[in-house]
Ligand binder design. Sequence first.
Ligand SMILES: [Zn+2]
Ligand SMILES: [Zn+2]
Length: 243
Amino acid sequence: MQKFCTGGDCLNILQKLYDICFPLPTVCPVCMKRQPRLQVCDSCRAEALRKRSLMGQCHRCHSFGVFSEQCRSCRDWPDYLAGNVAVWPHQDGWQQAILDFKFRNMPWLSEALAAELAPVLPKEYDLLVPVPLHPKRFQERGYNQSELLAKALSEQMGIPWQNSLSRIRHTPHQTGMNREERLKNLDGAFAMHPKATVTGKRVILVDDVFTTGTTIQQCARVLYQHGAVEIMGATLASGQGRF
Ligand SMILES: [Zn+2]
Ligand SMILES: [Zn+2]
């Protein structure tokens, strides 16, 4: 009897053909030096670690340039927002890698970037939730970089992920805005997705960069109001803190 190709088989074969025709570059996304596979190289990882100890990081929000328990960026955070984890300073090759991932149509960087964050995130959380994009921006970009990161982290950490939040207001880009302007810009921008539930859950909120903490604060507030018991931010990089 003739054996027909099932839908799943065909998709797998097509994916393999695509991978052969368009292989991913085997480089380090930070320094672009050739590697055995697409991954951050040992030297860039060691340099990020060196920067973390040299520049200092706020213990709670991981802003760089701070040697204290709490800085002005996170001093007024509510108790349910436990903290934020960031592994890179938002500068040089690390910043470039995130710009490539986010704005230069390189969604395939997600797994290599998530691999830097997964080992240092707390394991006792229940759910990974990406910071959402407004549908208009999603259409422009074609993907949500935070969602791709959350998916990759989910696979690497064995914690489920869910698009629990929606962006209900289209807001201007925040580059160049100070903390107060950002707070005003994002006020009422996020809402719970009607089909999602976070009641009783400890949530890791995933974003690409931590700048002033306004995005994480606004998202965490919505999650808490809908029953999440604790929220921790997870970002690849963070900027300079406020003292
Ligand atoms: Zn490198
Ligand atoms: Zn802080």
